[in-house]
Design a protein around this ligand. Sequence first.
Ligand code: HEM
Length: 277
Amino acid sequence: MKNAQAGILAPIPRHARYLTFGLKQGVRPQAAQRSLAAAADGESCVVGLGALLLFALQKRIEGLRPFPHYRSEGVDVPSTPAALWCWLRGEDRGDIVLRALDAFKYGRGLDLTGYEDGTENPKGKKAAEAAIVRDKRVGFDGASFVAVQQWVHDLDKFAAIPRKDQDNSIGRRRSDNKEIGNAPPSAHVKRTTQESFSPEAFVLRRSMPWAVATRAGLVFVAFGKSLDAFEAQLKRMAGTEDGTVDALFGFTKPVTGAYFWCPPVKNGKIDLRAIGL
Ligand code: HEM
């Protein structure tokens, strides 16, 4: 996948920082965008452009749309549009010096609740098929779309739930990561089983735990060749299809939600030819 930002398909790093930028009024973002593209390599820094930025540049990327929001009993999924997203990745925390939302790999890739996250991710060729755009046009091939949400966990509340109910809220056993066949329909993996959608809804999840002092949770990150698969999953989690809300909402909530377009790379640099830069 030579055109794709290498950080998308690579395994989760030990350390990361998420930077999300807004736009200053009256500033022309072209020059800043060009220098960012020249400085970022797509591997130690994955870059995503939001609709706000593209709008300011008077450009449009087909398939990039506003993040949906849902509100109902027990569910509040906000949409918080942003201009630019950078995912700084590294093996040494000291290498990542910019201040932002501090994220890290927990154990073999666990959520802070102790459950393994990413088990059912597509692998190898299938990962690239799910996450990377194939398009013959110059500047489009190798791109990706990403959905990013910061979730805040109530870990005390989660700890007070009996183990069996904890397992049932995920739909997998924490002890051995085995799927629970008869888990309730609200179980997170019952809501999101990728093969259960029509068309099948595969995404490449690259979520990482975050923590600031005593607040903590998950930065949910899902790359896709389009935003359709993620959106179908989120819709079902919010209970809009059948009234069943994902059990995750019982102990965690999203406080941000945004979509970005991740341009391809060319000669080790972000390739902005699709938007004429
Ligand atoms: C705090 C938020 C979240 C936590 C803690 C979480 C955790 C997990 C865990 C532990 C699994 C089971 C292991 C695995 O296959 O990775 C899982 C599966 C999955 N999650 Fe999440 N998740 C969260 C949010 C989301 C969101 C917002 C979506 C999409 C809208 C999502 C989509 C999926 C998918 C597609 C699977 C695999 C389902 C399958 O095909 O078996 N998750 N998640």
